[in-house]
Each structure stands twice: as C-alpha cells, then as structure tokens.
Design a protein around this ligand. Structure first.
Ligand code: ATP
Ligand code: MG
Length: 422
C-alpha cells in the first residue's frame, strides 16, 4: 500500500464541509473590507524566501522543502504567502495607483516540521496583505477584519496578543544593546540562541527553552525603546482596538517567527488547542517590498492556520451552509426511471437531489438516505407512479405527506429553510 507522505493529511468529508464553511465566511468578510483574491504558484525560487523571511529563522534554517529542479535551479515549496504576494506585486507592477492594494489568498504551505496535532508538513493558510498604506488605521482595520472572521464563525476563547517591533529608527540601537547583553550572559542561552543572537538577537525571544525565557524576563524589551513615531503608531492602533471593543493583551516579548516585521506584530491564540495554540499571526512589513527590489511601500498582513481554525468550528454550523438533500427511494425499474427524470429536473433547478442505482431494498435505501443526512426522502414505487402522488418523508421531523410528483419542485421550494447567510 502506498501511503501519504509523512505530515501530509487527506482532507475528507464531512471535514471538507467545515473548510468550505470557513473559507466562505472568510471570503465574505474580505470582500466587505475591500480585499480581492490573488492566487499564486506553490513553487518559487528558493532565494525569494531566504532573502525575505530571514536566514536565521526556523523556517529558513530547517523547515523549507527545497530541491534542485532538472536544470539545477534551487526551488522551494512556499512555506508562507507574504513573500510570494510581494514577488507577484512587484513583478506584475501592481503598484500603479495611489490606493492601498488589498489582497487575500488561501492555500497550502509547506514546512518540514515534526508532525503532531495541529502541526503538519503540508498545512493551509488564509492570508491577507494590504500594500501601500502606512496609517495605523490600516493596522487596526486588518486586526478588526481578522476578529470579524472569528466572530462570524462563532469561535470564542481567543486572545489577541499585540506588540510593536519598532522601525529602522529605533530598532538598531535596541538590537545593539541586546547583543551586548547576550555577549555577557551568553553561556546561559541554549545553543540555538547563542548562534542566533549574533545574526538576529530578537529571535531569542521566540525560543521555547525555559532557561532562555527566564533569562529574557530580565532583559529590556523593544517596547521600552520605541521612537516617538513608533509609540504614536502603536498608541493609535490600540486606541482603535479599544474604540471597537476588541480585547487584547500587550506582550512586549512577542516577536513572531519572521524577520521582516516592523512596528505592529500580533498573534491570536487559543487555550483549546494544547501546545499548538496560535491560530493566526501577522504584522507590518514596511521594508520588505523594497528589499525584494520593488518600490518603497509599507505593508501589513496576517495568516490564519486553517487546520487549527477548522478544529474550533462546530460541524453543525458548517452543515448549515449545505443545501438540504432530497433522496428518492425507488422500488422497481419503472419507478427508478421516473425518479432519475425527477432528480434531474430538481438538480436542474438548483436543488440537491439523489437516488441509488443498486436495486437495494427500501430499508437499505432509507439507511443510505440517513447516512447521507438527507432532509427528505420521496418513496416511489409502481403504485405511486400510477397515482402521480408519493409519500415525502421529512427525516428531521419524522412526518410524512403525500405529494403530487408534478408539483414537487414547488413543494421543495416551500420547504427550503432559509439558507444560512454568512
Ligand atoms: P507556530 O508558532 O505554531 O510554529 P508560526 O509562528 O510558525 O506558528 P506563522 O508562520 O505565523 O506560524 O503562520 C500563521 C499560522 O499558520 C499559525 O498561527 C498557525 O495557525 C499556522 N501554522 C503554522 N505552521 C503550521 C503547521 N506546521 N501546521 C499547521 N498550521 C501551521
Ligand atoms: Mg513555526
């Protein structure tokens, strides 16, 4: 038996209904905030990621799916979407016009991590990127948008954690101070941090080791060292979150796993997922577009982990998006022939209808209908054909009524519950 690659999961029904639901809700929210969808290749030149994400990050150091193609060029399956969005933005000259460009995208990401619950080697993200705006209102808008997705999906028990990572005016001095501090207390840091503290000392805050965390508790944070502009920016973002009653916690040690962030960084965590507690994360990346050879434009974005989000959703809510199924149970050749015609007509009108072709007993067909979650079953035999009327069983209420076959579409139209608006 050939098995799936380690860390790569098949997504099966009914779980797919949950995914459909969360993607539909997210799309609707993005559209209402003026975002448009962008779809990008899964494969990019390795250089795109090594240059943007940062050489001393977990992703670039040990998580990338990198290989040489047939011409010997180094290719990487994308570990995240921002770098690709920026590449596409520059390459397609999407910078025309002064308005903020707002994009969203959804799809698989690849990271060579140790697979466990909530952590896979192929996983999926919903990504949001706004390019060309520096105003703190835009930071607030993205966070409000993100929280609106959770609100509509009825996901509760989330905590929004925010920080500011400073800018090229204030961060370098802080990094030097940090480097000097680490140079003195370096022996106590874990080997990973010792190595990283030279290249990018901020990374150390992301370390999971307890000794490192204890050491860091005494170290000044970037929040203490922000320049006036960064302070004003952060204050305005937080003021807007307050105004719209979005609760948050400031964590001056939140740095996130990517190097390109400036100013606002945020994460949404939950207590319901055990160790893998981050559902979404994002931040501002003002220097990235220029670094990758594009215009000097500020930007901000976030990513939601779809696997983690899906586990927080109720299956019932997801099922509400599905149109209810009418199953036609048939007895005999003639009835099956008529049923086939009937379901075709119903499908043609946009209803969800099905029947079975395997000649099973009525009882077996009722079981099938149940397993499929049918809302109604129409029972069609020779007698019903002759009468032009057949019993329609409402599976949820357990009631049964005789209905005329000719007026079935009209009857179904009356029976359709309000489809859930998202
Ligand atoms: P973590 O701290 O859990 O490793 P991260 O900081 O590496 O997360 P990001 O790069 O910010 O994650 O990606 C955004 C979101 O994507 C995360 O909050 C998480 O929900 C999801 N995610 C990241 N890596 C994985 C993975 N290997 N499997 C499943 N979901 C993931
Ligand atoms: Mg990670």
């Amino acid at each position: 038996m050939i098995k799936a690659v380690r860390g790569m999961k098949d997504l099966l029904p009914p779980e797919t209904a949950r995914w459909h639901y969360l993607e539909t809700v997210a799309r609707a929210v993005f559209v209402s905030y003026g975002f448009q969808e962008i779809r990008l290749p899964l494969l990019e030149r390795t250089e795109l990621f090594s240059r943007s994400i940062g050489a001393s990050t977990d992703i670039v150091e040990k998580e990338m799916y990198t290989f040489l193609d047939r011409r010997g060029e180094s290719m990487t399956l994308r570990p995240e979407a921002t770098a690709s969005v920026v590449r596409a933005f520059i390459e397609n000259r999407l910078d025309q016009g002064a308005e903020v460009k707002k994009y969203f995208t959804m799809g698989p990401m690849f990271r060579y991590e140790r697979p466990q619950k909530g952590r896979y080697r192929q996983f999926h993200q919903i990504n949001c990127e706004a390019i060309g705006g520096e105003a703190p209102e835009l930071d607030a808008e993205l966070i409000l948008l993100l929280m609106e997705i959770f609100r509509r999906l009825k996901v509760t028990g989330l905590e929004l954690v925010v920080n500011s990572l400073g800018c090229p005016q204030c961060r370098p001095a802080y990094l030097m101070e940090l480097t000097a501090l680490f140079a003195r207390g370096l022996r106590d840091l874990c080997p990973d941090c010792q190595r990283r503290s030279a290249a990018n000392p901020l990374r150390v805050f992301d370390c999971k080791s307890k000794t490192c965390q204890e050491l860091l508790a005494q170290v000044p944070t970037i929040s203490d060292k922000l320049c006036d502009n960064c302070q004003r920016h952060e204050a305005r973002v937080l003021e807007l979150l307050d105004r719209f009653q979005v609760p948050y916690r400031r964590n001056p040690r939140l740095v996130r796993g990517l190097d390109y962030y400036t100013r606002t960084a945020f994460e949404v965590v939950t207590t319901q997922l055990g160790a893998q507690d981050a559902v979404a994360g994002g931040g501002r990346y003002n220097g990235l577009i220029k670094d990758l050879g594009g215009p000097d434009l500020p930007a901000i974005g976030f990513a939601i982990g779809q696997e983690r989000l899906a586990t927080l959703l109720s299956q019932q809510d997801a099922d509400l998006l599905q149109q209810p199924l009418l199953f036609v149970a048939v007895l005999g050749e003639a009835a099956r022939d008529r049923a086939f015609e009937l379901v075709q007509a119903l499908r043609h009108q946009g209803y969800v209808a099905d029947l079975d072709f395997t000649n099973r007993s009525l009882k077996a067909q009722m079981t099938m209908a149940n397993r499929r979650g049918a809302a109604w079953v129409l029972i069609l035999g020779d007698q019903e054909l002759a009468d032009g009327r057949a019993p329609l069983k409402d599976m949820r209420r357990g009631e049964q009524h005789l209905v005329s076959l000719d007026t079935l579409p009209q009857i179904l139209a009356d029976l359709q519950p309000e489809l859930k608006g998202v």
